[in-house]
Design a binder for this molecule. Structure first.
Ligand code: FES
Length: 127
């Protein structure tokens, strides 16, 4: 029987939760890659994080810093081709990737209102 080493979870600070108002989003570069690789949306009071990668063509979605939402704050938008995604489940409801979904990223909010990305390092494959 193969013994797996325990998965080590780490947290990466993103922001204070009150920095994102309802119907808006902020982009983050948690792994210092020089670009915002994920974004956090507050929609109907709930914060969710999504990978900043459109399922249509594997590109970043914002048209400028922190602009991930439609003007009415009801949808996440990919500004490359105008695809609209529901902010609660990330499903595309209009556009070339209809029915596909964004990849949600795990976050937690601590007792001080800090938002953290829960980072799971890739595990080596073992036999
Ligand atoms: S790349 Fe996002 S809709 Fe085409």
């Amino acid at each position: 029987m193969t013994q797996r080493s325990p998965v080590t979870l780490s947290r990466i600070f993103l922001c204070q939760q009150d920095m994102i108002v309802d119907g808006s989003a902020r982009g983050f570069d948690p792994h210092a890659e020089g670009r915002d690789t994920l974004f956090v949306v507050r929609w109907r009071g709930v914060l969710r994080a999504w990978l900043n990668r459109c399922p249509h063509m594997d590109v970043a979605m914002q048209y400028r810093k922190d602009r991930f939402m439609s003007a009415d704050g009801q949808y996440i938008v990919c500004f490359a081709h105008g695809a609209l995604f529901r902010p609660d489940d990330g499903r595309c409801v209009l556009g070339p990737c209809l029915g596909q979904t964004l990849q949600q990223q795990p976050i937690v909010i601590d007792e001080d209102g800090a938002v953290w990305l829960v980072d799971t390092p890739a595990q080596p494959l073992t036999a």
